[in-house]
Structure formats: structure tokens, C-alpha cells
Design a protein around this ligand. Structure first.
Ligand SMILES: NC(=O)c1ccc[n+]([C@@H]2O[C@H](COP(=O)([O-])OP(=O)(O)OC[C@H]3O[C@@H](n4cnc5c(N)ncnc54)[C@H](O)[C@@H]3O)[C@@H](O)[C@H]2O)c1
Length: 340
């Protein structure tokens, strides 16, 4: 039973991945500073898996704490690094906070991994590195475009930091996973997405509006060159996404990787428009959503969806759950959280 460190393991994607790791028999130790999550998530994980992961509350920006962690847990066989700040708008206002949290912390972890005889590292990257891609669907070799925000830039720099470290450190193997748009919740509704303040993403905004927490959803623009004029994204169920992390980790642990550093897109391969997501929500919930079309928002790309062949062929992984499944689970979770 290998011990795996999951940083940010109490967050949205991290908590779902901890569940899948424990279901596969891994021993999990979580690092989280609770800056965007709560300790109660441990109860949700325990309710689903019957097992409570080890939890170390610490801030990865504190180098000495990271060193002390690896001294204590010297038997860690792999690291899945989710911990980061992720609000695009905030990153524009507070760039240094983002460079410190998303880059310094990464460097401190890699410095510790460099000391180990063998290290396996999975990184949370994002389709944001592609910007508005020249060709759809987006393959892994599509050009990385100049980042639109400090947040996006931290993902590009993060990938480079890992790649360069792999070039220099033979004992380190790494995979960067470029997520498209993770949504949904565990079907049990014991864990899900719990944004602090006003949600930055479409689906929590939809469910919070439907549950009565927000008055109205704004749809930014219906005059884009798409079939219904709204922007298109590749929405992936968080449980499918979580499972991909276990597959990627096993690829490294079993030395099945083809290069020391690899990247994979994680998406469904299908683009859905904002109006299609709303329709899916209305269908599975039976609720009528209060929304209005407003002006376009600066910086939004028109369409982005993944070419999934590389993940399918190399990882043997593809999504199983649908947009409707994701919307139904997100709604079940929202109602549970609000006691409805
Ligand atoms: N959710 C998305 O749409 C999306 C898309 C692409 C990539 N990503 C990336 O995936 C990762 C996970 O995203 P998420 O949606 O689960 O975010 P999240 O905010 O729900 O989870 C991140 C967790 O990391 C913790 N954390 C942050 N800074 C920390 C620090 N310095 N020390 C210890 N813990 C810290 C937070 O408390 C939180 O629990 C992030 O790296 C994010 O950039 C997310």
C-alpha cells in the first residue's frame, strides 16, 4: 500500500481524487492549509470510503514546514499537487500572491523530491495554457499561447519548472494533466465544489442561482461564432477527472511512462455551449433557471475542447459520465449543502 501525498486534498478536485485513491488501496496523506476548503471535507471522504486519510494542516509557502513534512513522511511514493490559488480575476489584482502560492510552493516540493532516490509527481495544469487554440479539438502539441492572466501564467511556468527539473534530476518522473472544465460532485453528495464567495465558474453559479442564493445568472455574450452564439467549453465530470489521476500515478509507479516528463489533456472531447449547460441543468433538475444574456466578457475564448486520443491511447482512460450526470450531481450537492 503506497503512501501518496495529495496537496490541496481537501479542495474540489483533490477531495474526489483522495476518494478514488483510497478506493484503489492507496494510503493517502493530505496537505492543505484550509485557505479554500474546510476540515469537514474529511468527514465526507470518510463517509464514502470508510477510511480517514492522514491530514497535515500546513501552508506550502512555508519552506521549513515542507521540509519537516518530508522528514516525517519519508516513505511517500508519489505526490499529486493540487494546492494552488485559482481565481483568474484575483490573480490580476494580486499577482504576487499567485506567483508565491503557485510557484514557490511547487519549487519547495520539488526540492524535497530531488532528495529522494525515486520520485513521482503529478501536476494540476489547465487548458488555459492553450488560450484560443488555432485548431479544435485541442491536441497536446498545440502551441502554448501567451497567458491572459497571472493565474494562467503560473500554470505555464509551473509546467516549465517541472520539465526543467526532470531534465536535471534523473530520479524524478512527472506528468502534467491539463484539465478542461471540471464540474459536478460525488454521486453520494458527501463531497463537491464549495466556492467561497461569488462563484467564478458557470456550474456553481447555476446551482446557487437555482437554490436561491443568487438572483440571476449572467450569460456573457450570445453573438459568438458558435451554433447558439454562446461560448463553448469541454465540461468534465470531476469523478472521471479524479480517476484519471489514479491512472496517471500508476503509470509512473509502474514505470510505464514513455518519457520522464509527459503532458495529457483531460476532457470529454465534446464541446458544450453555455445554453446547452443551462438546458441540461433544467432537464435534470426540473427547475427553471433565471438567466439573462449580457455583453461579452473581456478575455473569454470562444471555444475550447480536448482532443482525447493521447489520453485514450497512452493512459487507457476516457470519460464515462455525461454532462447530465454532472449537472444532476452538482444539483444534489448544492441542495444538500443548503439543507434543501
Ligand atoms: N477547478 C477548475 O476549474 C480547474 C481547472 C484547471 C486546473 N485547476 C487546478 O486544479 C487544482 C485544484 O483545483 P480545485 O478546483 O480543486 O481548487 P480548490 O481551491 O478547491 O482546491 C485547492 C486546495 O488547495 C489548498 N491550498 C491552496 N494554497 C495552499 C497552500 N499554500 N498550502 C496548502 N494548501 C493550499 C486550498 O485550501 C484548497 O483546499 C489547482 O491547482 C487548480 O489551479 C482547476
Amino acid at each position: 500500500m503506497s503512501k501518496i501525498l495529495v496537496t490541496g486534498g481537501l479542495g474540489f478536485i483533490g477531495s474526489h481524487t483522495v476518494v478514488e485513491l483510497q478506493n484503489e488501496g492507496f494510503e493517502v496523506v493530505i496537505i492543505d492549509d484550509l485557505s479554500n476548503s474546510s476540515e469537514a471535507v474529511l468527514d465526507g471522504i470518510t463517509a464514502i470510503t470508510g477510511k480517514t486519510p492522514i491530514f497535515e494542516k500546513l501552508d506550502l509557502r512555508e519552506k521549513a514546514s515542507v521540509e519537516a513534512f518530508f522528514t516525517k513522511h519519508s516513505d511517500v511514493k508519489g505526490v499529486i499537487h493540487f494546492a494552488a490559488s485559482k481565481a483568474v480575476g484575483e490573480s490580476v489584482k494580486e499577482p504576487l500572491l499567485y506567483y508565491e502560492n503557485n510557484i514557490s510552493a511547487l519549487v519547495y516540493i520539488l526540492k524535497e523530491l530531488k532528495k529522494l532516490p525515486e520520485a513521482n509527481f503529478i501536476f494540476s495544469s489547465s487548458c488555459t495554457v492553450y488560450g484560443q487554440a488555432d485548431k479544435l479539438p485541442i491536441t497536446e502539441d498545440a502551441a502554448v499561447k501567451q497567458a491572459e492572466s497571472p493565474y494562467g501564467n503560473t500554470k505555464q511556468i509551473g509546467e516549465e519548472v517541472i520539465q526543467h527539473t526532470c531534465n536535471a534530476v534523473r530520479s524524478l518522473k512527472a506528468i502534467a494533466l491539463r484539465y478542461f472544465n471540471p464540474i459536478g460532485a460525488h454521486e453520494s453528495a458527501n463531497i463537491g465544489e464549495l466556492p467561497l464567495g461569488v462563484p467564478q465558474n458557470l456550474v456553481p453559479f447555476i446551482t446557487q442561482t437555482a437554490v436561491g442564493l443568487r438572483e440571476q445568472l449572467s450569460v456573457f455574450g450570445d453573438d459568438y461564432p458558435t451554433q447558439d452564439g454562446t461560448c463553448i467549453r469541454d465540461y468534465i465530470h470531476v469523478v472521471d477527472l479524479a480517476k484519471a489521476h489514479v491512472v496517471a500515478l500508476k503509470r509512473l509507479l509502474e514505470a510505464k511512462n514513455k518519457a520522464q516528463y509527459e503532458t495529457f489533456n483531460l476532457g470529454t472531447g465534446t464541446g458544450s455551449s453555455v445554453l446547452e449547460v443551462i438546458k441540461s441543468f433544467e432537464k435534470v433538475s426540473g427547475e427553471k433557471l433565471n438567466y439573462k444574456i449580457v455583453d461579452r466578457r473581456a478575455g473569454d475564448v470562444v471555444a475550447a475542447y480536448a482532443d482525447t486520443n493521447h489520453a485514450k491511447n497512452e493512459l487507457g482512460w476516457e470519460t464515462k459520465l455525461t454532462l447530465d450526470d454532472a449537472m444532476a450531481s452538482a444539483w444534489k450537492w448544492e441542495k444538500k449543502v443548503r439543507g434543501k
